[in-house]
Design a protein around this ligand. Structure first.
Ligand SMILES: [Ca+2]
Length: 470
């Protein structure tokens, strides 16, 4: 792989070559690499889409997208919280490898280090146009913004939409900025417009770049609380406001797919839909559903880390495919880099190329012997084959607690798991602990997890940090 690896310096030098490459694609002398669109939702749960068993008919476009491509049943985020999850998706690295943990906020003085290589930077080597519309959450200071990490265009929020003076529990947040490029263009924007604004810009970007390869990252702020929906979707879902918001996100996906089709790009465009973590259960009726999975956001139970993932690429991904192999957002960077013909970063990453899984090749197997799930820097769980081991740890739970409602959260209780082993193939809800019956598997998976943890600890990289707040 060394031959194909390039450093950050190489990326910068390669920018000019990218422009030349683009011209060559335009003249048709070589087949262009595919366009890539990632649609990411915030806190949408495993049980929130019809294609994953949600009742009602709130997601017809995403259900159709699933039927036209592949649906992953066992797709994971590396950590069940916004900034950490997004860092993993964009860099292919465990978030604790690169120092992006938890959820950054307006007081954070750190962000994604300039040495890290995002998907946008990777595909820029090949002349891709790049844009992010939506939530960034990898540092709000100028040096950490998307425009410094390979994105030509940025419009959206720098962090979560609840980090504003209307927060239900903390009124001390400063005004929420809406950013275009590197400039704050509004404060406390009308959140009923966010999904529409992001979607309109996404469609315009596709149209403008129809003749060259592009990477579009549509990172919705919804359905993260506070929930907001435009007038045209208000009161439409029997599920209430949360369902209305899901309907508007589904509409957004439909608009993006329609624009791809209108531009004649269906067979040249890989479209990926997934969520950044499981539902925020303390918000009750304003939070999503994990379906059959245990717990939600902020935990290493399946409800926190397993998310819906649908991928569509007509002519390359067979229709009505289902992939049951473990994979995750960490795999997107190496897979997309492979499709684009772009070099992988020189530094260690954790994702693997899962193109054979995406294409639903019958013999394709997960490239991961073990998927490790940390909370901050602490190893909480390891998935290996059909089994999942929990290392002893504390976690938050809403079991037995009064639910939140109407945008006000309930209170989590603290719970603890000891060493526990679950057969996810037979027990998706993680209720039947097999640790006492299978000490061999407990020892084997523990060893895998601890070996990964030790190797990662030796090659960890620090986040970027400003000397003082600016
Ligand atoms: Ca989230």
């Amino acid at each position: 792989m060394r031959r194909h690896a390039i450093s950050r310096r190489g990326f910068l030098a390669g920018a000019g070559l990218g422009a030349l490459a683009c011209g060559r694609f335009a003249r048709g002398a070589a087949a262009p690499p595919p366009n890539v669109i990632i649609m990411l939702t915030d806190d949408l749960g495993y049980g929130d889409l019809g294609a994953y068993g949600a009742p009602g008919n709130d997601t017809p476009n995403l259900d159709r997208m699933s039927a036209e491509g592949v649906r992953f049943t066992d797709f994971y985020v590396p950590q069940p919280v916004c900034s950490a999850s997004r860092a993993g998706l964009l860099t292919g690295c465990c978030p604790n490898r690169i120092g992006i943990l938890g959820a950054l906020g307006p007081k954070s003085v750190h962000g994604l280090h300039e040495r890290e290589v995002t998907i946008a930077e990777a595909v820029k080597q090949r002349g891709y146009a790049t844009a992010i519309f939506g939530k960034w959450h990898l540092g709000h200071h100028p040096r950490f913004l998307p425009t410094r990490h390979g994105f030509d265009t940025y419009f959206g929020l720098p962090y979560s939409n609840d980090m504003w003076p209307h927060h239900p529990e903390d009124p001390n947040y400063p005004p929420l900025p809406l950013i275009e490029g590197e400039r704050v263009i509004a404060e406390n924007p009308d959140q009923t417009r966010l999904t529409t604004w992001y979607t309109e810009r996404a469609a315009a970007f596709i149209r403008a770049n129809r003749d060259r390869p592009f990477f579009l990252y549509l990172a919705h702020s919804m359905p993260h609380v506070p929930l907001y929906v435009s007038e045209k979707f208000k009161g439409k879902s029997p599920r209430g406001l949360y369902g209305d918001v899901i309907r508007e996100l589904d509409w957004s996906a439909g608009e993006v797919l329609a624009e791809v089709a209108r531009c004649g790009l269906d067979s040249r465009t890989l479209v990926i839909f997934c969520s950044d973590n499981g539902p925020w259960l303390s918000y009750g009726d304003h939070g999503g559903s994990a379906g059959p999975l245990r717990e939600g956001k902020g935990t290493a139970w399946e409800g926190g880390i397993r998310v819906p993932a649908i991928m569509r690429w007509p002519g390359t991904i067979p229709e009505k495919s289902v992939c049951r192999e473990p994979a995750g957002t960490l795999d997107l960077l190496p897979t997309i880099a492979g499709l684009a013909g772009a070099a992988l970063p020189e530094h260690p990453i954790d994702g693997k190329n899962i193109l054979p899984l995406m294409k639903a090749e019958p013999e394709a197997r997960s490239p991961h012997e073990a998927l490790c799930f940390f909370w901050n820097n602490e190893l909480h769980a390891v998935r290996s084959g059909r089994f999942k081991l929990h290392l002893p740890h504390s976690y938050r739970t809403m079991e037995g607690q009064a639910q939140g409602s109407g945008g006000k959260p309930g209170k989590y209780a603290s719970a603890r798991t000891e060493l526990a082993l679950y057969d996810l193939g037979a027990d998706i809800g993680e209720r039947n602990d097999l640790a006492a019956q299978r000490p061999d598997l407990v020892a084997e998976i523990t060893e895998r997890g601890r070996a990964f943890e030790a190797a990662l600890a030796k090659t960890r990289r620090a986040a970027g940090r400003i000397e003082k707040e600016i």
